[in-house]
Design a protein. Structure first.
Length: 108
């Protein structure tokens, strides 16, 4: 498995996710491998996958976890799928520096 679900994109960071809606609580469950063998974050969400509720809850949850504005995060692939790709817009170097301690704590 690769070491990070983050990769540098043209306008910020790209993050691969595996999301489970209708869970008991919102949580980061750890790391998993996607079908292409790349590392992704496993996320559980209490929201239901109806009318974009789960995607909105995902963005709000990730913004709180990572300390970035909700407006900087968007679902760029997989809006109706459990496998999603989100983009965090901004300086990739600054975002990696911000997320490195969070990711190190997750990896322990």
């Amino acid at each position: 498995m690769a070491t990070s679900p983050f990769e540098i994109g043209p306008t910020g960071l790209i993050v691969r996710l595996k999301v489970t809606p209708k869970a008991r609580r919102n949580a980061v469950l750890g790391l998993a491998e996607d079908t292409g063998g790349r590392t992704c974050l496993k996320i559980s969400l209490a929201a239901v996958p109806e009318g974009g509720k789960a995607n909105r809850a995902l963005i709000e949850f990730l913004a709180g976890e990572w300390g970035v504005a909700k407006s900087a995060i968007s679902v760029v692939m997989g809006a109706t799928s459990r496998r999603k790709v989100v983009e965090i817009r901004g300086s990739a170097a600054a975002l990696l520096q911000l997320l490195s301690p969070w990711f190190a704590k997750l990896s322990q």
